[in-house]
Design a binder for this molecule. Structure first.
Ligand code: UDP
Ligand code: MG
Length: 309
């Protein structure tokens, strides 16, 4: 029989985890696959891991993996994918925003020959208008800039075939924008539209500052466009400055050069200074990431791993 493993990254999700497991197990019952679940505790400080262990004690299909500290969702996911050898792997959030029932449909598409089946949100209940607006702006921007198309309104909820997981495992970059990487592997991809539910319990781990940094990570790891933009901005300003310089010289030759022009000098200095700082900042973003990559640290560290019984 073919095997399916569901990888669930969780950070402080103790309140909802039992309910999640109950719903997941109900889905397993309807699948003629050898199913298991791998809970990844991303260094929670509540009793998430204790709940995971008690689920594992009562259900032989449960494997648990605890990271040595909080590494963030992208790395927790990576750790989970590294610790499974199933024929198909599903990645899902622990907060029940993504309905586990959809896995049935994912499996059907996988059986029909798809390698990556991903859930695309038709709606996002229980999220603020500002969050929806910023999310849609982000998807538009990255859609324009990215070399690899990143599907819109698509989270990490998806099913991956064995060869897609193997391909993904070869990507060891530290700055991991998983949504982009899932698409980057290619093969046969398929979208399944669903309605995103509100969180079952607990609160989101993301605030706007984190989301902003996540967006910059996504853009810098999938596009060099900001660097190009900085070049063209510099070029444009240089051309304007040259024209302006010609005009100043001509004016001095024609009408003499009384000492004047304090406003012009101030505006020019400030403007050029600003443009230079922006360009340096853009370069810095890329350079900083290069620095992180070059250190070659391990992506994550495992505290303990308990496979299925
Ligand atoms: N998560 C994680 N590590 C983190 C933050 C989040 O493993 O540092 C998990 C979290 O427990 C949940 C999933 O990633 O299962 C999605 O997180 P969240 O619901 O906070 O994100 P949102 O749905 O608001 O985008
Ligand atoms: Mg969530």
């Amino acid at each position: 029989m073919q095997t399916l493993t569901v990888v669930v990254p969780a950070y402080n999700e103790s309140e909802g985890l039992r309910e999640f497991h109950a719903r997941l197990v109900a889905v397993f019952a309807g699948l003629d696959l050898d199913c298991s679940v791998l809970y990844v505790d991303d260094g929670s400080d509540d009793d998430t891991f204790a709940v995971m262990r008690s689920l594992a004690a009562n259900d032989a299909r449960v494997a648990t993996l605890r990271l040595s500290r909080n590494f963030g969702k992208e790395l927790a996911l990576t750790a989970g994918l590294d610790h499974t050898d199933a024929d198909a792997v599903v990645v899902i959030d622990a907060d029940l925003q993504d309905p586990p029932e959809l896995i049935r449909e994912f499996v059907a598409h996988w059986r029909a020959g798809c390698d990556v089946v991903y859930g695309t949100r038709a709606s996002r209940d229980g999220e603020t208008r500002l969050k929806k607006l910023t999310a849609s702006t982000f998807y538009r921007v990255i859609g324009r800039l990215s070399d690899t198309p990143v599907p819109r309104d698509t989270g990490d909820f998806r099913l991956l075939s064995r060869r897609a997981v193997d391909a993904l495992k070869r990507v060891r970059e530290r700055q991991r924008f998983m949504k982009g990487l899932f698409t980057w592997v290619g093969f046969r991809q398929k979208a399944v539209v669903y309605a995103r539910d509100p969180r079952f319990a607990g609160a989101t781990k993301w605030n706007y500052w984190k989301l902003w940094n996540f967006a910059i990570d996504g853009i810098t790891s999938f596009s060099g466009a900001p660097l190009k933009l900085a070049t063209y901005l510099g070029l444009g300003v240089a051309v304007l400055s040259f024209v302006f310089g010609l005009w100043i010289v001509a004016k001095a030759l024609l009408f003499g050069d009384p000492v004047q022009g304090y406003p012009t000098i101030m505006v020019t200095i400030l403007f050029l200074g600003g443009v230079q700082l922006i360009a340096l900042g853009v370069i810095g973003e890329y350079l900083g990431r290069l620095y992180v990559e070059s250190k070659q640290r391990p992506l994550y560290l495992v505290d303990e791993y308990q496979p299925t019984r």
